[in-house]
Design a protein around this ligand. Sequence first.
Ligand code: NAD
Length: 557
Amino acid sequence: MTPATAIKHVQEKAAAAPSKRGADLLHDPLLNKGTAFTREERLELGILGLLPPAVSKPEEQKERVLRNIRKRPDDLDRYVDLLSLLDRNETLFYKVVTDHIEELLPIIYTPTVGKGCQLYAHLFRRSRGLFITRHEKGMIRDVLKNWPRRDVRVVVVTDGERILGLGDLGASGMGIPVGKLSLYTACGGVPPWQTLPITLDVGTNNQALLDDPLYLGVREKRVTGKAYDELLEEFVLAVQEVFPKALLQFEDFANHNAFRLLQEYRDRLCCFNDDIQGTASVTLAGLYSAGRITGRRLSEERILFHGAGEAAIGIADLVVSAMMADGTSKKEAMSRCWFMDSKALVESTRKDLQDHKLPYAHKHKPIGDLLSAVKELKPTALIGVSGKAAQFTEEIVKAMASFNDRPIVFALSNPTANSECTAEQAYRWSAGRAIFASGSPFPAVDFEGRRFIPGQGNNAYIFPGVGMGAIASGATRVTDEMFFEAARALASRVSSQELEKGCLYPPLTQLREVSAHIAAAAAQVAYQRGYATEPKTKNLLARIRSLQYRPEYPNYA
Ligand code: NAD
């Protein structure tokens, strides 16, 4: 650490928490260095004797952590170990995670975090984040003020109703905002003391949880309708008042609320929904990368979505915005997006469509199955986001390959067991011509003398960078343009060698650097469109790098 960085970190940490000494210091995860405190620091800070005598280097501490978690029998144990490290020593947690992001991302986030949420009440050791229930109505502002830090810049909030693909987990959904914010820090470089995880515990309709004597949430059915909307409104206004510089990210709300809330709040404050917009951006980046292989422009794609929920509609809306920015009319852009939902093709004769599907109900005769829709519509891209496994059959992939030289096949449903087809199937059934991406990771595939490296459209490529861009520019809104510029920035980080191997995304090991570029792209939009409140600097990328948190210990001596 350079002296200047050391001073900056100490100042920031001191500002984040009052200066502490003795055992209090060791028990503050932001300030604690564990065995890395030097003898001088131990003398100075009143902790001599409270630690074993050896002074470890951070690299040695990291080695100890890694050896321990690698010895664990399964990922859930690793998850629990890492969370307790986060509770003891945040700097070390972020050093371990940042240096080994590829190995640890699936543990601190999907898929392991899902298991962590399901078992939240049973694994519970120490509280993290804020819980707000309907019983706090009229005093949400006061609850927010109980949070010990004032300079919060990113709030991730869930109501626990649709946790990953696992459904309603009520208050046990807290693992999601905690996990997501750890990625804001590890990947985007948002300082951990500027992040705040919140669960709006509005009850749960999950009977197994209500019957579980260890469940830690409010033991009642979900609040709905006007009462729910009023609670949300009070919450949003309170966040704006108590943390006026914070970006608010909605996470894992069920889609009957997710679209409504986004619609209600996107033009009122700096907020977004990652399930809708983050997914859209990372998928659009995959389409841009695919375009670098096919030579086609985005506006030339004809996309058939399998699924018409948050992910699908979010992707289509962003694709439409991006096509329009390239000069395509809205009507033409929308006509390039088609959907199959659980019943049939989304088309104008249907009387059973939810509001969010209506804009895409084009004139067409009814079609009941995906294969017929593929044959009839002849899409250039088939995107699976239904959450249903094995829907892209051999016949369907072969049909895609019969009228496309390079068919785009994205199997985005998670977890791996729900994928629409495997990477190996997509390459084999298309004779090695499919341009493939997935929601969950797949291993490399050897096919007819070629090695394919399938890319994973992980939202972690996008939201940490967009969040950092919003912070750096002091953005007052998060717009679609920020997300499609983020997608462009992400696609531009893929090397031609990676594209040759079929990989549409850069390696996860480059996440921090990729996030810096995405942050610069998003911040640039904020400045161009008048949404920035921070003074503009000439070199946005350099400014963002300078703001990125690095997991280095302060020098207290
Ligand atoms: P959602 O519940 O909002 O939407 C699911 C949609 O699929 C609904 O429109 C439903 O009608 C439709 N559907 C259900 N069964 C179907 C069937 N048999 N045939 C056709 N359509 C069917 O869920 P979501 O948030 O949109 O997520 C969907 C999937 O996408 C999940 O598996 C999720 O893990 C995945 N996802 C992936 C990424 C990523 O790869 N980055 C991001 C977000 C979501």
